[in-house]
Design a protein around this ligand. Structure first.
Ligand code: OSB
Ligand code: MG
Length: 376
């Protein structure tokens, strides 16, 4: 059996975060979100989310470039074409289109959801997920002073989060991390994420982070580097986790060969979708490298895809998959994503597809731009 995508609707919505989120390279207060609705020839419709940000401070991909890429190059490669399954969509999108991974991922992951609907299974099941619940962490943005961060980290620990990630940058690092470690005690599962804020000139400074018993240090050096991270990994006791640098299974292979990191944060948007995410997951599983699912401040739609992915067996570390209320006053899905007191999120297994319903009226109200792309 084959499947065909008849139409893709694009929507840009704007959602205000409950509090601004600051990383070393910029802050976000209102999330501009690109949603897609894919429609199969059988009339089945699914929603997906492109996780690109407003500016290219995390990845080269942005809302604006992804919109263009989908409209000009990606949709024409898939609309009206017959595919054997979602992996063949991935293959088609990787042919003669360089980059634009977040744009490709939004369409490719939508194709997985269409396939799950067609087969009448949950997205988790279709992907090969084995978990009914996934462990959840929180990513705390850079705060105005260490005391504020200590307060937020303390709240997170008492809410049950299983991993607490502190964003750092030069000038907001050692003092902040020391204060949190002191307040939360030796056992608290703490890590840091620098989003590329350091260089080889900072190696001595970064080695001081070894004093804090962190479970990992995420992406301290350049966004596209795997060579200098290998130099740093040799010196650091704390494991390095790569995020930005791992844009595909090829880069995961480079990481393994060069020993640039011991853990990978997989974000399906960053690597071009689920087919590539699964390839990285499987490679890491064979090589004894644990992975976890990162986040991009997604709405409840993108979160559904992350939850499904994180149900795969080698997602052994809690992901940045916080409940809806961490981000939004009201999410755009029913039910909203929740976390239990032990920091677990339930993977929807009883329903078909992504496992949540999109509140279309609310999406309509939040829409600032839309387009419909159809097969010619
Ligand atoms: O580096 O993991 C990151 C958000 C935007 C861009 C980059 C990152 C993040 C996060 C947020 O850490 C994680 C979340 O969605 O809760
Ligand atoms: Mg990161």
């Amino acid at each position: 059996m084959t499947f065909t995508i008849k139409q893709i609707m694009l929507r840009e919505i704007r959602m205000k975060l409950r509090e601004p989120f600051q990383i070393s390279s910029g802050a976000t207060s209102t999330r501009r979100i690109l949603l897609l609705q894919l429609e199969g020839v059988d009339g089945c419709k699914v929603w997906s989310e492109c996780v690109a940000g407003e500016t290219p401070n995390y990845s080269p991909d942005t809302i604006a470039t992804s919109w263009t890429a989908i409209k000009e190059w990606i949709a024409p490669k898939v609309l009206g074409k017959e595919f054997l399954g979602p992996s063949s969509v991935s293959e088609a999108l990787d042919t003669d289109i360089r980059g634009h991974k977040m744009a490709k991922a939004a369409v490719e992951m939508g194709a997985w959801a269409l396939e799950a609907e067609r087969e009448g299974v949950s997205l988790s099941k279709l992907l090969g997920g084995t978990r009914d619940k996934i462990g959840t962490g929180i990513s705390l943005g850079i705060q105005k002073d260490p005391a504020t961060l200590v307060e937020k980290a303390g709240e997170a620990l008492s809410e049950g989060y299983r991993k607490i990630k502190l964003k750092i940058k030069p000038g907001a690092d050692l003092e902040y991390v020391a204060a949190v470690r002191e307040a939360l005690g030796d056992k608290a599962p703490l890590m840091v994420d620098a989003n590329n804020a350091y260089t080889v000139a900072d190696f001595d400074h970064l080695l001081s982070l070894d004093d804090f018993g962190l479970v990992m240090i995420e992406q301290p050096l350049a966004w596209d580097d795997v060579v200098k991270h290998a130099e740093l990994e040799k010196l650091l006791k704390t494991p390095i986790c790569l995020d930005e640098s791992i844009t595909g299974v090829d880069k995961a292979e480079d990481m393994l060969q060069l020993e640039s990191g011991k853990i990978i944060n997989i974000k399906p948007g960053r690597v071009g979708g689920f087919t590539e995410s699964k390839a990285i997951h499987d490679l890491c599983d064979r090589e004894g490298i644990p992975v976890w699912c990162g986040g991009m401040l997604e709405s409840g739609v993108g979160r559904a895809y992350n939850v499904a992915l994180a149900s795969l067996p080698n997602f052994k570390i809690p992901g940045d998959i916080s409940p809806s209320a961490r981000y939004w006053e009201h999410d755009i899905v029913t039910p909203e994503w929740t976390m239990d007191a032990s920091g677990m999120v339930t993977v929807p297994q009883e329903t078909h597809g992504i496992g949540v319903d999109v509140n279309v009226d609310r999406v309509d109200n939040l829409t600032v731009r839309s387009d419909i792309l159809a097969a010619e």
